[in-house]
Write a protein that binds this ligand. Structure first.
Ligand SMILES: Cc1ncc(COP(=O)(O)O)c(C=O)c1O
Length: 433
């Protein structure tokens, strides 16, 4: 494994090295054929690389897809491996112990839709993944790459959810895990990592500091697979499965509009990539759809650039309760702007108070308890309708990426017992319930 490093945002600070990958077994990365630079198109062999040796642009997986039918996919397991033909994983992926994430519910959200004035609204509820966020999807693909590349340590710098997913997947796979987080992270996210690994390292500093430390370690140590660093191209592909599932669950068609949270922007770009691939391989009909990005105002560099009509994303120091989205220098931000503009969508942001209100709104209307990232996404959806940026008559999907039990502090002042009463019928009647 090469020890080249970036951060959770994918910001590149050293070029890829050219570690030989000749020891790869046949079909180690499924139908992936190369790593291709997103900027200049230059191709390099599959391996632990993430940055283009020509222009330092981000590397992405390039495929030669086989013929895939709806029936084959539908006959597959009820997890992300039903789409294995479209992922950089071997055909025997189900045989290796993993968390089997995905195939989460797509809920018809009639109550929330009524509340927001949207006629046809769906919530893709990814809070029900094994460690309660969409990160289980990306980590499952990274774990496969780490295995194929014979990594000895499975690691990440994280804003929380990623650390949970890496720690759990590593435990199940029997590989040593080391996860790095800022020490001021929400307590439940700390516990949700420490329960799976004895190597949770809390760093006194913000996410950028954690990241720099991870970079240094990766530069010094051999055999470490930092999921969001040197195996990032494989890791990022896991988010495509959100897009595949949404299309399949809608009856093999694409929605008219989709609202997606943005931290590094990777998930949004990959859902779009998934929709494009489904069109390309003929699994869905080509049709226009709009992609919207959601940020919290306290960390909204992409939304600010979108509103200013510029491509120049100015890094910020995050200050928001949406800690899982608190990435001040989003590597894929530029691609988010591109996709949202090209498809006719938008990027919008809301205040922390609006995030809290949206968490309660989703819970009270649909029985779904989301974390601050989901509050941000639902709150942005509301704002997009109110400001006329999203057409409420079109079929809309909003993604809930994480579980509210991980960010209890954010809303513990908003909800409480309505009354504390003596155990008598009279006392109950006095509550007016
Ligand atoms: C719950 C949750 N939702 C959304 C995101 C944003 O993901 P991305 O960095 O792919 O934009 C994160 C990132 O950590 C997250 O934890």
């Amino acid at each position: 494994m090469s020890a080249v490093v970036t951060d959770e945002t994918g910001t590149i600070d050293t070029p890829a090295t050219s570690t030989a990958t000749s020891g790869l077994r046949e079909g180690a990365f499924g139908h992936a054929v190369a790593l291709s630079c997103r900027e200049c198109g230059h191709r390099v062999d599959l391996g632990p690389f993430y940055a283009c040796p020509e222009c330092f642009g981000p590397l992405e997986i390039a495929y030669e897809f086989p013929e895939v039918t709806r029936e084959e996919i539908e006959a597959g397991p009820r997890n992300i491996w039903r789409y294995k033909a479209l992922l950089p994983v071997p055909s025997d992926i189900e045989q290796s112990p993993n968390m089997e994430p995905g195939f989460t519910r797509l809920l018809k959200a009639e109550n929330l839709g009524r509340e927001l004035g949207i006629t046809n609204l769906w919530v893709k509820d990814d809070s029900t993944n094994p460690t309660n966020s969409f990160k289980d999807r990306v980590v499952a693909c990274a774990l496969s790459a780490a295995r194929e590349l014979d990594a000895k340590v499975f690691a990440c710098p994280s804003t929380g959810n990623l650390a949970n997913a890496v720690a759990a997947a590593g435990a199940r796979a029997g590989i040593k895990t080391v996860v790095f987080i800022p020490s001021n992270l929400e307590k439940p996210k700390q516990v949700n990592s420490a329960i799976y690994t004895e190597n949770l390292v809390a760093v006194d500093g913000n996410y950028d500091d954690v990241n720099k430390l991870a970079s240094e370690i990766a530069g010094e140590e051999d055999g470490w697979a930092f999921v969001n660093v040197n195996v990032r191209p494989y890791y990022a592909e896991g988010s495509k499965t959100l897009g595949y599932e949404i299309a399949e669950q809608l009856g093999w068609r694409l929605p008219d509009q989709i609202v997606i949270p943005v931290a590094s922007g990777s998930q949004l770009t990959k859902v779009h990539k998934a929709f494009q691939e489904l069109i390309k391989v003929g699994l869905v009909e080509d049709k226009p759809y709009k992609v919207y990005g959601a940020q919290a105002t306290g960390c909204s560099p992409v939304s600010v650039a979108y509103k200013a009509g510029t491509d120049a994303i100015r890094p910020v120091k995050p200050d928001t309760i949406a800690k899982s989205l608190a990435i001040g220098n989003p590597a894929d931000g530029i691609y988010v702007l591109d996709i949202c503009r090209q498809t006719g969508g938008a990027v919008e942001d809301i205040t922390d108070d609006e995030v809290r209100e949206a968490i309660v709104l989703l819970a009270r209307t649909e029985g779904v308890f989301t974390e601050t990232a989901g509050g941000t996404t639902v709150g942005v959806l509301k704002k997009l309708v109110e400001t006329g940026q999203l057409d409420p008559s079109l079929e809309t999907v909003v993604i809930n990426t994480g579980h509210g039990l991980k960010t209890l502090d954010a809303i513990s002042d908003q909800v409480a017992p309505r009354a504390t009463i003596a155990p008598t019928y009279d006392a109950f009647k006095a509550t007016g319930i």
